[in-house]
Design a protein around this ligand. Structure first.
Ligand code: FAD
Length: 500
């Protein structure tokens, strides 16, 4: 739909209007578009994406070996069977997303190189107006929408998080963050130090090790990893029986979710046992003489950070072969030829890779204004971890930390479509989460309890994020097993959602 508005400066502008505007064409935005088309085909919608193409995370990250760290049976959508090995490369995931886009002709809804910079809600007009900067035409344009579906992910795509260390400017070689990988980086025969030991470091190292003179993972403290074969016995057996791929996908998903649920429960009930279960296969690869305690036995509990799957233990095979090694120490400063550590030891390097994580983005770094008042997101309280008090007609997809992100994309897809249908039945056009009288005195808690989950990127930004309450529907459960029961039957008329 196209509407013409006269702006104060008397410049005539075309503002395109849609029922729903989806922010971002990553795995969440593509999933949201699918659910809208399937469940609310009468709604007009558009997807605005700042990058040149779809994929989000899987387009931005191009470092050697970029792959998923959870299995694709649960990271894939529930509606599109995954037919490959459980852990997938970036290219395989992009191909999977391309197939979804092609099958449903979603390209016609996506506008690339459109970065939303501001979003303004007007209660008089009952709509959002968005300021958008177009990189393809170098223009600033406007869109308006009745409902905003935020699928902007959780981190800033433009650049990663790099701490500042003394002497960085002295180092003679390149310092590279994996999020901005230079295509022409030549590491063949070079001494490489990777700072960090998260999923990114664990992926990069086995992919680069065979070509480097040596590669060292430098970590301040150890991380948990989960060594798994990159096959799935149930899937293999079902395929041998010629079971249709839709069934394979659903059965394997259920089995993985069951096993994963049991593992999470084990970690919560018997953390020492879970710790030992995670360390045992590492010991088996590296042998009794290796100092597992220093390098691979973390200080935190197994459920407190996401645990990356290491397919076939490739990281540890690299260490066993001598191509890669691990140093657990802290950086004193960078030198001309490497890194001086707090212990006094030095690491000589030709290239330093800072696999030091992300900077979170809050709501896509979009300046939000509600009825003329700039939105302070940190002062809002979340409704079920997907809407926010005082913010009308807006839902956000924030996936699971411990389980696959996409499981929540599907659940929220159903919820938003049900909510839009409910509003139509009620004959209303605005929905705003609002504390009820009985909620006014509730205890407010951080977006995520740091004792429950505490990665660095979240700790850095927790004060900018909304809070949650101590009761439903104001909790951010972040628990797939709870939400798959609760969200489909969540009462939309319990007074927490105010309709106009
Ligand atoms: C290397 C890597 C591997 C990972 N592996 C897994 C895994 O195995 N399992 C798992 O569950 N999670 C994994 N994650 C987490 C991952 O980020 C999520 O799973 C998922 O990709 C997030 O998808 P998304 O669409 O919500 O966000 P993103 O992938 O971040 O995409 C968001 C999109 O929105 C666009 N956007 C943002 N702001 C604006 C704006 N203002 N205007 C226009 N467009 C905007 C961005 O350009 C981007 O394309 C991984 C992350 C990384 C970095």
């Amino acid at each position: 739909m196209i509407e013409t508005a006269v702006r104060p400066a008397e410049v005539e502008q075309v503002i395109e209007h849609f029922d729903v505007l989806i922010v971002g064409a990553g795995i969440s935005g593509i999933g949201a578009a699918h659910h809208l088309l399937e469940q609310r085909p009468e709604k007009s919608f558009v997807v605005l994406e700042s990058q040149l193409g779809f994929g989000g995370t899987w387009r931005t990250h191009r470092y050697p070996g970029t792959r998923s760290d959870s299995d694709l049976y649960t990271y894939g959508y529930r509606f599109k069977p995954w037919t490959g090995a459980p852990i997938a490369s970036k290219d395989e995931i992009v191909k999977y997303l391309a197939e979804v886009i092609e099958a449903e002709d979603l390209e016609r809804y996506i506008r690339y190189q459109h970065t939303i910079t501001a979003a303004e809600w007007s209660s008089d007009d009952r709509r959002w107006t968005l300021s958008v900067s177009r990189a393809d035409t170098d223009q600033r344009v406007q869109f308006s929408a009745n409902f905003l579906w935020m699928c902007q992910g959780y981190y800033r795509h433009a650049e990663g998080h790099t701490p500042t260390w003394e002497g960085m400017d002295r180092f003679k070689g390149p310092i590279v963050h994996p999020q901005s990988w230079p295509d022409d980086l030549n590491y063949v025969g070079k001494r490489v130090v990777v700072v960090g030991s998260g999923a990114t470091a664990a992926t990069l190292i086995p992919a680069m090790a065979p070509d480097c003179a040596h590669i060292t993972m430098l970590q301040r403290s150890p991380t948990f990893f989960f060594i798994r074969p990159n096959t799935n016995e149930v899937a293999d057996m079902l395929r041998e029986l010629d079971v249709p791929e839709e069934w394979v996908h659903e059965i394997v998903r259920r089995k993985i979710l069951l096993d994963f649920g049991a593992l999470t429960q084990l970690a919560l009930d018997y953390p020492d046992l879970a710790r030992e279960e995670l360390l045992r296969p590492i010991r088996e690869i590296l042998g009794d003489d290796y100092d597992i305690e220093t390098h691979f036995n973390p200080h935190y509990q197994p459920w407190q950070q996401r645990i990356a799957i290491i397919p076939e233990g490739d990281l540890f095979e690299g260490i066993r072969s001598g191509q890669a090694s691990v140093v657990t120490d802290e950086i004193e400063c960078f030198t001309e030829s490497g890194i001086l550590l707090k212990s006094g030891a030095t690491l000589e390097a030709d290239i330093i890779i800072t696999a030091t994580g992300f900077d979170m983005n809050v709501l896509g770094d979009i300046g939000f204004v509600v009825d003329g008042v700039p939105l302070d997101f940190a002062r809002t309280i979340t409704y079920r971890g997907l809407m926010f008090t005082g913010v009308p007609n807006m839902a956000e997809v924030f996936g699971y930390f411990r389980a696959s992100w996409t499981l929540r994309v599907d659940l929220i897809g159903d919820f938003v479509c049900r909510l839009l249908g409910h509003m139509e039945e009620l004959g209303v056009s605005v929905v705003t989460p609002t504390l009820r009288d009985e909620d006014q005195d509730m205890t407010l808690l951080p977006w995520v309890d740091p004792a429950d989950f505490n990665p660095g990127y979240l700790a850095r930004m927790i004060d900018s994020l909304p809070r949650q309450g101590d009761r439903d529907p104001w909790r951010h459960a972040s628990n797939y097993y709870e939400e798959r029961e609760a969200l489909p039957v969540a009462d939309l008329d319990d007074g927490a959602l105010r309709y106009v």
